[in-house]
Design a protein around this ligand. Structure first.
Ligand SMILES: Cc1cc2nc3c(=O)[nH]c(=O)nc-3n(C[C@H](O)[C@H](O)[C@H](O)COP(=O)(O)OP(=O)(O)OC[C@H]3O[C@@H](n4cnc5c(N)ncnc54)[C@H](O)[C@@H]3O)c2cc1C
Length: 388
């Protein structure tokens, strides 16, 4: 990890999470994947260690640390278990942060302490069957009837849906029969009218809980509106910007875990009378992997630092997520190659890292969408330059 970005507090946290990941998460990572088992005990222990609300202010029961610290923790978890890392990242960046960003005092006091302590898990429902990359095409509707929103529709691919206490969703708002835009809402998961489907069967991140949800005349109080009911979509886009930094950290962690296991293997395995890393074709793969991981980390920590400084990091977060997720895909592919036939066999972790990496180029905005976001920012910066 690049020490330039880290202060003493970050290093203490990194060492603590690294110990926890090595001693508590790594021994069960293969089983969580094989059995598609949600990491309940790990989440319980992480709650006790204060790791479920790292960037949440202390006044709301969080650790009050910055986003660099949070990225470090996600990276260390992903080095050993992508499923655990995404459970924490979806809970924090998507399940909790929207309430911190757009909630009123009452909502913050009610929901943030149980979320930050890990007593309650958070989730985020933006994606629908016809609203993925085109998230503004949401079809879910929330109609104001008296003092309640009546919600009909549904969400797909919702991480943590089966274990969450709280779900933040978007829906088209209807007031006095007129559509007003897209709003954001806090939904308590034990409210009647929510149908929670069985977990999706996935290629990777098998220990994380991903489900489809249907809402049938789901009634929530008007006070659960998150911000202005006409501009909730903006809150979600802002949430995704921060979330992309955490997916960048998940990507660097996944890549580093695969790289380190390939490095160890290359130092042990022999072919043609020498260690395979001494065959330059293998050694250079390791060099390229290490170099790209270092570059990806710099992008992720820079985006986190700028985010903490209150800057608009839409471009930087998209660049960090785009580059780091594609590095994760390249690194895990090459790591599997270095393991040869064993890379394809489940006795070694290479194939799990490979399967866990793919979704990093898809979730929280595909690589294509990141490129669109970056391009838009690049063009705007040219148009604003008076010299042009
Ligand atoms: C394991 C997992 C967990 C997830 N967790 C959550 C969650 O917790 N909450 C949530 O809301 N969502 C979640 N998602 C959804 C995820 O964010 C979406 O899958 C993703 O945004 C892509 O949307 P889509 O699947 O509808 O693909 P589509 O939007 O249908 O895209 C299909 C393909 O077309 C490309 N494409 C689309 N539009 C364009 C364009 N304009 N230009 C160029 N290419 C384009 C895409 O890049 C992609 O390659 C999760 C997904 C997965 C797989």
């Amino acid at each position: 990890m690049n020490e330039l970005f880290l202060d003493d507090e970050h290093i203490l946290l990194r060492d603590m999470v690294r110990d926890f990941a090595t001693n508590e998460v790594s021994p069960v990572a293969e089983e969580l994947d094989r059995e598609a088992k949600f990491p309940h005990e790990i989440i319980q222990k992480m709650s006790e260690l204060g790791l479920m609300g790292i960037p949440i202010p202390e006044e709301y029961g969080g650790a009050g640390m910055d986003n660099v610290a949070y990225a470090i923790a996600v990276h260390e978890l992903a080095k050993v278990c992508g499923s655990t890392a995404i459970t924490v990242a979806a809970h924090t960046s998507l399940g909790t942060i929207p309430i911190l960003l757009a909630g009123n005092d009452e909502q913050k006091k009610q929901y943030l302490p149980p979320l930050a302590s890990g007593e309650m898990i958070g989730a985020f429902g933006l994606t629908e069957p016809n609203a993925g990359s085109d998230a503004g095409n949401t079809q879910t509707r929330a109609e104001l009837v008296g003092d309640e929103w009546v919600i009909n529709g549904g969400k797909i691919f919702t991480t943590n849906a089966g274990v969450a206490g709280v779900l933040n969703i978007t829906a088209r708002t209807i007031i006095d029969g007129e559509e007003q835009g897209i709003g954001a809402f806090i939904v308590e998961m034990d409210t009647p009218g929510i149908n929670i489907c069985p977990p999706e069967k996935k290629m990777g991140w098998k220990g994380s809980d991903t489900r489809q949800l249907f809402f049938e005349d789901l009634k929530i109080p008007k006070k659960n509106t998150l911000g202005d009911p006409r501009s909730g979509f903006k809150t979600f886009l802002k949430t995704l910007t921060g979330g992309r930094i955490s997916i960048g950290a998940l990507s660097t962690g996944t890549a580093e875990g695969a790289y380190e296991s390939a490095l160890t293997y290359a130092r042990e395995r022999e072919a043609f009378g020498k260690k395979i890393y001494l065959h330059q074709a293998v050694g250079f793969k390791l060099v390229d992997m290490a170099t790209e991981i270092e570059a990806a980390k710099l992008l992720v920590y820079q985006a986190a630092r700028l985010y903490d400084a209150g800057k608009d990091v839409m471009k930087e977060a998209a660049m960090a997520k785009l580059f780091a997720s594609e590095v994760a895909m390249r690194t895990t592919t090459e790591a599997l190659q270095i393991f040869g036939g064993y890379g394809y066999i489940k006795d070694y972790p290479a194939e799990r890292y490979f399967r866990d990496a793919k979704v990093l180029t898809i979730g929280e905005g595909t690589s294509e969408i990141q490129r669109m976001v970056i391009l838009r920012k690049l063009i705007r910066s040219i148009q604003q330059d008076p010299s042009i």
